[in-house]
Design a protein around this ligand. Structure first.
Ligand code: ADP
Ligand code: MG
Length: 268
Protein backbone atom coordinates (compact mmCIF):
# COMPACT_ATOMS: atom_id res chain seq x y z
CA UNK A 1 0.00 0.00 0.00
CA UNK A 2 2.80 2.41 0.81
CA UNK A 3 6.49 2.56 0.09
CA UNK A 4 9.52 3.20 2.19
CA UNK A 5 10.08 6.80 1.18
CA UNK A 6 9.59 9.26 4.01
CA UNK A 7 7.38 12.10 2.88
CA UNK A 8 7.71 13.84 6.24
CA UNK A 9 10.54 13.46 8.73
CA UNK A 10 10.49 15.02 12.15
CA UNK A 11 13.93 15.00 13.67
CA UNK A 12 14.81 15.74 17.25
CA UNK A 13 12.10 18.34 17.77
CA UNK A 14 11.86 20.23 21.05
CA UNK A 15 9.23 22.81 22.01
CA UNK A 16 8.83 24.61 25.32
CA UNK A 17 6.01 26.89 26.42
CA UNK A 18 7.45 28.89 29.27
CA UNK A 19 8.70 26.22 31.62
CA UNK A 20 6.58 23.49 30.08
CA UNK A 21 8.30 20.96 27.82
CA UNK A 22 5.54 20.28 25.29
CA UNK A 23 7.77 18.28 22.94
CA UNK A 24 11.00 16.57 23.88
CA UNK A 25 13.22 15.10 21.21
CA UNK A 26 10.39 13.97 18.96
CA UNK A 27 11.42 11.78 16.03
CA UNK A 28 8.70 10.66 13.67
CA UNK A 29 8.51 9.59 10.03
CA UNK A 30 5.45 9.58 7.82
CA UNK A 31 5.92 7.40 4.75
CA UNK A 32 4.66 8.36 1.32
CA UNK A 33 1.10 7.08 0.91
CA UNK A 34 0.44 5.86 4.42
CA UNK A 35 -2.17 6.70 6.99
CA UNK A 36 -0.14 7.35 10.12
CA UNK A 37 -1.93 7.89 13.40
CA UNK A 38 -0.52 9.95 16.25
CA UNK A 39 -2.24 9.13 19.51
CA UNK A 40 -1.64 9.99 23.15
CA UNK A 41 -3.39 11.32 26.24
CA UNK A 42 -4.71 14.88 26.40
CA UNK A 43 -1.88 17.37 26.77
CA UNK A 44 0.69 14.97 25.28
CA UNK A 45 1.72 17.51 22.61
CA UNK A 46 -0.12 16.19 19.54
CA UNK A 47 -1.66 19.49 18.45
CA UNK A 48 1.60 21.28 19.23
CA UNK A 49 3.38 18.95 16.82
CA UNK A 50 0.80 19.62 14.08
CA UNK A 51 1.17 23.35 14.74
CA UNK A 52 4.92 23.06 14.32
CA UNK A 53 4.63 21.04 11.11
CA UNK A 54 2.19 23.57 9.63
CA UNK A 55 4.33 26.53 10.71
CA UNK A 56 1.96 28.03 13.30
CA UNK A 57 4.56 27.48 16.02
CA UNK A 58 8.34 27.68 15.72
CA UNK A 59 10.27 24.75 17.12
CA UNK A 60 13.05 25.39 19.64
CA UNK A 61 15.36 22.73 18.33
CA UNK A 62 15.31 20.07 15.65
CA UNK A 63 14.29 19.86 12.04
CA UNK A 64 11.29 19.04 9.86
CA UNK A 65 11.82 17.70 6.36
CA UNK A 66 9.07 17.46 3.76
CA UNK A 67 10.15 15.68 0.56
CA UNK A 68 13.70 15.95 1.93
CA UNK A 69 13.47 19.72 2.14
CA UNK A 70 13.75 21.57 5.43
CA UNK A 71 10.47 23.42 6.06
CA UNK A 72 10.62 24.35 9.74
CA UNK A 73 11.74 27.92 9.15
CA UNK A 74 8.96 28.71 6.67
CA UNK A 75 5.74 30.65 7.34
CA UNK A 76 2.42 28.72 7.27
CA UNK A 77 1.45 29.94 3.78
CA UNK A 78 4.73 28.68 2.28
CA UNK A 79 4.34 25.32 4.01
CA UNK A 80 0.79 25.06 2.64
CA UNK A 81 2.10 25.83 -0.83
CA UNK A 82 4.63 23.02 -0.51
CA UNK A 83 1.66 20.65 -0.19
CA UNK A 84 0.79 20.30 3.49
CA UNK A 85 -2.78 21.12 4.49
CA UNK A 86 -4.65 20.50 7.70
CA UNK A 87 -7.83 20.58 9.71
CA UNK A 88 -8.20 21.85 13.26
CA UNK A 89 -9.19 20.26 16.56
CA UNK A 90 -11.89 22.91 16.85
CA UNK A 91 -13.50 23.18 13.43
CA UNK A 92 -12.41 26.38 11.69
CA UNK A 93 -14.89 26.96 8.91
CA UNK A 94 -16.24 30.27 7.70
CA UNK A 95 -19.41 29.63 9.64
CA UNK A 96 -21.60 32.23 7.97
CA UNK A 97 -20.58 31.24 4.47
CA UNK A 98 -22.21 28.45 2.52
CA UNK A 99 -20.72 25.02 2.11
CA UNK A 100 -19.82 25.85 -1.48
CA UNK A 101 -18.17 29.15 -0.55
CA UNK A 102 -16.05 27.39 2.07
CA UNK A 103 -14.65 25.10 -0.62
CA UNK A 104 -14.11 27.89 -3.12
CA UNK A 105 -11.97 29.64 -0.51
CA UNK A 106 -9.83 26.50 -0.45
CA UNK A 107 -9.25 26.78 -4.19
CA UNK A 108 -8.28 30.43 -3.99
CA UNK A 109 -5.84 29.54 -1.21
CA UNK A 110 -3.79 27.80 -3.84
CA UNK A 111 -4.12 29.85 -6.99
CA UNK A 112 -0.96 28.95 -8.82
CA UNK A 113 -1.33 25.29 -9.45
CA UNK A 114 -3.24 22.57 -11.21
CA UNK A 115 -5.98 20.36 -9.97
CA UNK A 116 -5.05 16.78 -9.38
CA UNK A 117 -7.94 14.77 -10.70
CA UNK A 118 -7.62 13.20 -14.16
CA UNK A 119 -7.80 15.49 -17.13
CA UNK A 120 -8.27 18.78 -15.36
CA UNK A 121 -4.91 20.45 -15.40
CA UNK A 122 -5.36 24.18 -15.50
CA UNK A 123 -4.02 27.26 -13.83
CA UNK A 124 -6.27 29.07 -11.40
CA UNK A 125 -4.71 32.41 -12.24
CA UNK A 126 -6.23 32.40 -15.71
CA UNK A 127 -9.18 30.29 -14.81
CA UNK A 128 -12.69 31.53 -14.54
CA UNK A 129 -14.88 31.59 -11.47
CA UNK A 130 -17.10 29.22 -13.33
CA UNK A 131 -14.49 26.48 -13.42
CA UNK A 132 -13.65 26.93 -9.75
CA UNK A 133 -17.36 26.72 -9.03
CA UNK A 134 -17.61 23.52 -11.06
CA UNK A 135 -14.59 21.92 -9.40
CA UNK A 136 -15.84 22.97 -5.96
CA UNK A 137 -19.10 21.20 -6.64
CA UNK A 138 -17.24 18.10 -7.78
CA UNK A 139 -15.22 18.11 -4.57
CA UNK A 140 -18.35 18.37 -2.47
CA UNK A 141 -19.89 15.49 -4.38
CA UNK A 142 -16.68 13.51 -3.78
CA UNK A 143 -17.18 13.81 -0.01
CA UNK A 144 -20.95 13.30 -0.38
CA UNK A 145 -21.94 16.86 0.52
CA UNK A 146 -23.19 17.67 -2.98
CA UNK A 147 -26.77 18.05 -1.79
CA UNK A 148 -25.80 20.66 0.83
CA UNK A 149 -23.84 23.19 -1.20
CA UNK A 150 -26.10 26.13 -0.41
CA UNK A 151 -26.45 25.49 3.31
CA UNK A 152 -24.73 27.76 5.80
CA UNK A 153 -21.69 25.86 7.11
CA UNK A 154 -22.57 26.42 10.76
CA UNK A 155 -25.94 24.77 10.26
CA UNK A 156 -24.43 21.44 9.24
CA UNK A 157 -24.20 18.65 11.81
CA UNK A 158 -20.70 18.50 13.34
CA UNK A 159 -19.85 15.34 11.35
CA UNK A 160 -20.49 17.15 8.07
CA UNK A 161 -18.62 20.25 9.25
CA UNK A 162 -15.57 18.09 9.85
CA UNK A 163 -15.90 16.48 6.43
CA UNK A 164 -16.31 19.92 4.85
CA UNK A 165 -13.11 21.02 6.54
CA UNK A 166 -11.33 17.99 5.08
CA UNK A 167 -12.75 18.77 1.63
CA UNK A 168 -11.45 22.32 1.91
CA UNK A 169 -8.03 20.95 2.83
CA UNK A 170 -8.20 18.75 -0.30
CA UNK A 171 -8.85 21.73 -2.53
CA UNK A 172 -5.33 23.02 -1.91
CA UNK A 173 -4.00 19.93 -3.71
CA UNK A 174 -1.91 18.64 -0.81
CA UNK A 175 0.51 15.74 -0.72
CA UNK A 176 0.00 15.45 3.03
CA UNK A 177 -3.03 16.22 5.18
CA UNK A 178 -2.79 16.68 8.95
CA UNK A 179 -6.07 15.85 10.70
CA UNK A 180 -6.47 16.97 14.33
CA UNK A 181 -9.10 14.80 16.02
CA UNK A 182 -11.51 14.67 13.09
CA UNK A 183 -13.80 12.24 14.94
CA UNK A 184 -14.20 14.43 18.05
CA UNK A 185 -17.90 14.94 18.74
CA UNK A 186 -18.99 12.45 16.09
CA UNK A 187 -21.30 9.50 16.72
CA UNK A 188 -20.41 5.96 15.66
CA UNK A 189 -22.09 6.21 12.26
CA UNK A 190 -20.47 9.57 11.49
CA UNK A 191 -17.09 8.23 12.63
CA UNK A 192 -17.37 5.25 10.28
CA UNK A 193 -18.29 7.52 7.38
CA UNK A 194 -15.34 9.73 8.21
CA UNK A 195 -13.07 6.67 8.23
CA UNK A 196 -14.32 5.68 4.76
CA UNK A 197 -13.60 9.17 3.42
CA UNK A 198 -10.09 9.20 4.90
CA UNK A 199 -9.37 5.81 3.32
CA UNK A 200 -10.69 6.95 -0.07
CA UNK A 201 -8.57 10.11 0.04
CA UNK A 202 -5.49 7.98 0.52
CA UNK A 203 -6.45 5.21 -1.90
CA UNK A 204 -8.00 7.21 -4.73
CA UNK A 205 -6.15 10.52 -4.47
CA UNK A 206 -2.85 9.15 -3.15
CA UNK A 207 -2.70 11.68 -0.34
CA UNK A 208 -0.63 10.80 2.73
CA UNK A 209 -2.36 11.31 6.07
CA UNK A 210 -1.15 12.13 9.56
CA UNK A 211 -4.12 11.50 11.82
CA UNK A 212 -4.26 12.75 15.41
CA UNK A 213 -7.17 10.91 16.96
CA UNK A 214 -8.58 9.58 20.23
CA UNK A 215 -11.08 7.15 18.75
CA UNK A 216 -9.19 3.87 18.97
CA UNK A 217 -11.56 1.96 16.71
CA UNK A 218 -11.02 4.48 13.93
CA UNK A 219 -7.26 4.56 14.52
CA UNK A 220 -6.83 0.81 14.59
CA UNK A 221 -9.12 0.25 11.58
CA UNK A 222 -7.61 2.68 9.11
CA UNK A 223 -3.99 3.29 10.11
CA UNK A 224 -0.94 1.62 8.61
CA UNK A 225 1.18 2.70 11.54
CA UNK A 226 0.60 4.34 14.89
CA UNK A 227 2.92 6.51 16.98
CA UNK A 228 2.22 7.30 20.60
CA UNK A 229 3.10 10.59 22.25
CA UNK A 230 3.15 10.86 26.04
CA UNK A 231 4.30 13.96 27.93
CA UNK A 232 5.97 15.27 24.78
CA UNK A 233 7.88 12.09 24.01
CA UNK A 234 7.29 9.36 21.44
CA UNK A 235 6.98 6.18 23.49
CA UNK A 236 5.97 3.76 20.73
CA UNK A 237 5.78 3.64 16.94
CA UNK A 238 4.70 0.60 14.98
CA UNK A 239 1.80 -1.28 13.46
CA UNK A 240 -1.60 -0.90 15.17
CA UNK A 241 -1.19 -4.43 16.55
CA UNK A 242 2.29 -3.75 17.97
CA UNK A 243 1.22 -0.51 19.59
CA UNK A 244 -1.89 -2.05 21.19
CA UNK A 245 0.29 -4.62 22.91
CA UNK A 246 3.04 -2.20 23.96
CA UNK A 247 3.34 -2.03 27.74
CA UNK A 248 4.42 1.61 27.88
CA UNK A 249 1.37 2.52 25.84
CA UNK A 250 -0.99 0.54 28.03
CA UNK A 251 0.41 2.19 31.14
CA UNK A 252 0.27 5.68 29.57
CA UNK A 253 -3.38 5.23 28.68
CA UNK A 254 -4.75 3.25 31.53
CA UNK A 255 -2.16 3.57 34.27
CA UNK A 256 -2.21 -0.21 34.51
CA UNK A 257 -1.35 -3.19 32.39
CA UNK A 258 -4.47 -3.91 30.41
CA UNK A 259 -4.59 -4.13 26.66
CA UNK A 260 -5.86 -1.04 24.87
CA UNK A 261 -8.81 -2.41 22.92
CA UNK A 262 -10.24 -0.97 19.73
CA UNK A 263 -13.31 0.96 20.78
CA UNK A 264 -11.58 2.36 23.83
CA UNK A 265 -11.86 6.10 23.75
CA UNK A 266 -9.55 8.13 25.94
CA UNK A 267 -12.14 10.88 26.28
CA UNK A 268 -14.81 8.68 27.77
P1 ADP B 1 -2.64 17.49 22.86
O1 ADP B 1 -3.04 18.02 21.51
O2 ADP B 1 -1.84 16.23 22.79
O3 ADP B 1 -3.82 17.33 23.77
P2 ADP B 1 -1.28 20.03 23.12
O4 ADP B 1 -0.26 19.99 22.05
O5 ADP B 1 -2.50 20.84 22.84
O6 ADP B 1 -1.69 18.55 23.55
O7 ADP B 1 -0.63 20.58 24.44
C1 ADP B 1 0.58 20.08 24.97
C2 ADP B 1 0.96 20.90 26.16
O8 ADP B 1 1.39 22.20 25.73
C3 ADP B 1 -0.19 21.13 27.14
O9 ADP B 1 0.33 21.10 28.44
C4 ADP B 1 -0.68 22.50 26.76
O10 ADP B 1 -1.27 23.14 27.85
C5 ADP B 1 0.58 23.20 26.31
N1 ADP B 1 0.36 24.22 25.28
C6 ADP B 1 -0.12 23.99 24.04
N2 ADP B 1 -0.17 25.14 23.33
C7 ADP B 1 0.28 26.11 24.15
C8 ADP B 1 0.47 27.52 24.00
N3 ADP B 1 0.21 28.15 22.86
N4 ADP B 1 0.96 28.21 25.07
C9 ADP B 1 1.26 27.57 26.22
N5 ADP B 1 1.11 26.26 26.43
C10 ADP B 1 0.63 25.52 25.40
MG1 MG C 1 -4.89 18.48 20.71
Amino acid sequence: MYGVINLLSIKGVFKNFGGLAALQNVNLNVRQGEIKALIGPNGAGKTTLLNIISGIHRLDKGEILFKDEKINNLPPSKIANKGISRTFQHVELFGNMTVLENIMVGFYARNKTSFFMDGFKFSFITDSEKKIYKKSREFLEYVKLGHKINEIALNLPIGEQRILEIARALATEPGLILLDEPAAGLNIRETRELGEIIKRIREELGITILLVEHDMELVMNISDSVAVLNFGEIIADGTPMEVQKNRDVIVAYLGEEEEVQPGYNVNT
